[in-house]
Design a binder for this molecule. Structure first.
Ligand code: NCD
Length: 303
């Protein structure tokens, strides 16, 4: 039985197959509309989510399956003290596959050791968010036509943003990808990530000003400041509007640069940018559904 806990759980060849499948689902949705008939997805979300949970639900419904779960730890038996290990044993009797989000790093990994169904990590604390990474990779591959030979700027909360950590983890396996980390001093990319890049001989640089590097970028990955992972509100308020991508800054960028964002957006991208055809964050949401459909089919061994 297979799980998806980290982006690296799939080889690049397996990812290619997954993305091809997602592409086919996009073109021929009716071919897949009943493939999960009789199957149940459990969404166990111990932390708030709109996009990811609904994306999983939409994916399962699109395949003809059904969904059960909870969207708030407060409404689950976690409030009675139940462990994740016990919860997943029970869920294994109710569902065929489970997507789990948890504020504690590693919780879905613990669940996977006790589960008798595939477990998908839907985000664990500030650690990883592999299905967002699959979404990001599919978006880049579909719109740029490749997953190599580009410079990507990651901007915002690089310290706490799990989507950033996951995406870097996945991109280091492709050729000639250069990283530019754009963040305030307080929200810099963790040392362990830089150490990994140095060890792998992958070029990167760190800057504070977004304007300075805009012309160099093929891709700009914006992120929000992760309020819920801050220790005090004062720091959050000071840093939350550090970056605001607007029309003016977009003028500094290449004509074919793409702007991605895992969403939710707070203030870091001004709504005027939405009209720019280089802004692809809402397209990204649609790719997220296709790739989750492909993932469910793959983990359930239905393709
Ligand atoms: C991200 C997350 O949960 O980490 N959201 C998402 O799943 N698309 C990004 C975020 O919350 O900032």
């Amino acid at each position: 039985m297979r799980h998806l806990l980290r982006p690296l759980d799939f080889t690049t060849d397996e990812l290619e197959r997954l993305f091809d499948l997602a592409g086919d689902i996009e073109k021929n949705p009716s071919k897949y509309a009943h493939m999960c008939n009789g199957k149940i997805l459990a969404t166990c979300f111990y932390e708030p989510s709109t996009r990811t949970r609904l994306s999983f639900e939409s994916a399962m419904y699109g395949l003809g399956g059904q969904v059960l779960g909870f969207s708030d730890a407060g409404s689950s038996s976690a409030t009675k003290g139940e462990s994740v290990s016990d919860t997943i044993r029970m869920i294994s009797c109710y569902a065929d596959i489970c997507a789990m989000r948890h504020p504690k790093e590693g919780a879905p990994m613990v669940a996977a050791t006790k589960a008798s169904i595939p477990v998908i990590n839907a985000g664990d604390g500030g650690h990883q968010h592999p299905t967002q990474t699959l979404t990001d990779l599919l978006t880049i591959r579909s719109l740029k036509g490749r997953l190599n030979n580009f410079t990507i700027g990651l901007c915002g909360d690089l310290k706490f943003g799990r989507t950033v950590h996951s995406l870097i983890n996945a991109l280091v396996r492709y050729d000639n990808v250069k990283f530019i980390f754009i963040s305030p001093e307080e929200l810099k990319i963790p040392e362990y990530v830089k150490e990994m890049l140095i060890e792998m001989d992958i070029p990167f640089k760190e800057v504070i000003r977004l304007e300075e590097v805009m012309p160099e970028l093929d891709l700009l990955y914006m992120t929000r400041v992760q309020r819920e992972r801050f220790f005090n509100e004062e720091d959050y308020v000071r840093l939350k509007d550090f970056y605001i991508l607007n029309k003016e800054k977009m003028e500094l960028a290449r004509k074919d640069m793409l702007v991605l964002h895992p969403l939710p957006r707070v203030n870091e991208i001004s709504v005027e940018v939405d009209e720019d055809e280089r802004a692809v964050y809402f397209k990204q949401v649609q790719y997220g559904v296709y790739v989750r459909m492909a993932l469910i089919l793959t983990l359930l061994e239905l393709v």
